[in-house]
Design a protein around this ligand. Structure first.
Ligand SMILES: CC(C)(COP(=O)(O)OP(=O)(O)OC[C@H]1O[C@@H](n2cnc3c(N)ncnc32)[C@H](O)[C@@H]1OP(=O)(O)O)[C@@H](O)C(=O)NCCC(=O)NCCS
Length: 179
């Protein structure tokens, strides 16, 4: 767990998610899905119930190579990162993460802290060798942040994304080796 201050002296805590966070996480992800087109899930596709969300949080906390981090301010979840290793044995040395920060709190270093915390945690797990993510080429802020944290582009799925208005985006896979 770590706490730091951002603008207006607001205290932000980064910690591992617990089952009791399920409701806060649900509200947060609904807001993210409704506020950006740079994520895969559309709001209408997101039908997860509170019970399913609790199960999801529990399954991550019970898996040694999975992690959910929340960023919290004023008892509200304002950032989320989830990481899981591939389940197939031959790919289980690799894991993917997704990260998002509440629109009102972006560009305050919260995304950076969440990813740095993941990398510190993962570097202590000998079985995790490679961390990767997928990002739309239309997301310069996210790509810049990942690059600054040592992730490099390794492949691109051309026109993998078709936005509701009909425009396409390539999906870029970026990765960083830990060992
Ligand atoms: C991408 C996201 C997680 C980043 O989190 P954040 O808390 O806003 O990011 P940070 O403040 O830690 O860092 C942003 C960095 O990008 C830089 N940046 C901001 N806008 C930029 C732009 N248009 N082009 C290049 N760099 C940019 C900032 O200067 C900052 O760099 P610094 O760490 O050297 O100061 C957040 O913006 C978000 O949730 N976006 C919507 C959902 C999303 O896109 N998720 C990622 C899907 S792959």
């Amino acid at each position: 767990m770590q706490t730091f201050t951002i603008r207006n002296n607001l205290s932000v805590t980064i910690r591992e998610a617990e089952e009791k966070d399920a409701e806060g996480i649900l509200s947060f992800v609904r807001l993210i899905f409704a506020s950006t087109d740079q994520v895969l899930t559309t709001p209408e596709e997101f039908t997860i119930t509170l019970e399913q969300e609790r199960t999801w949080v529990r399954s991550y906390s019970e898996t040694p190579t999975s992690l959910i981090l929340v960023a919290e301010a004023d008892s509200k979840i304002i950032g989320l990162l989830d990481f899981a290793c591939k389940t197939k044995k031959k790919m289980s040395h690799t894991g993917e993460f997704g990260v998002s920060v509440h629109p009102d709190y972006q560009c305050n270093g919260i995304g950076r802290r969440l990813i740095e915390t993941l990398l510190q945690w993962a570097s202590l797990k000998a079985e995790i060798e490679k961390v990767f993510l997928n990002v739309y080429e239309t997301n310069p802020r996210a790509i810049a942040l990942y690059s600054k944290l040592g992730f490099t582009e390794e492949c691109k799925q051309v026109r993998a994304i078709k936005q509701p208005k009909g425009d396409y985006a390539d999906m870029i896979q970026m990765s960083r080796f830990l060992r």
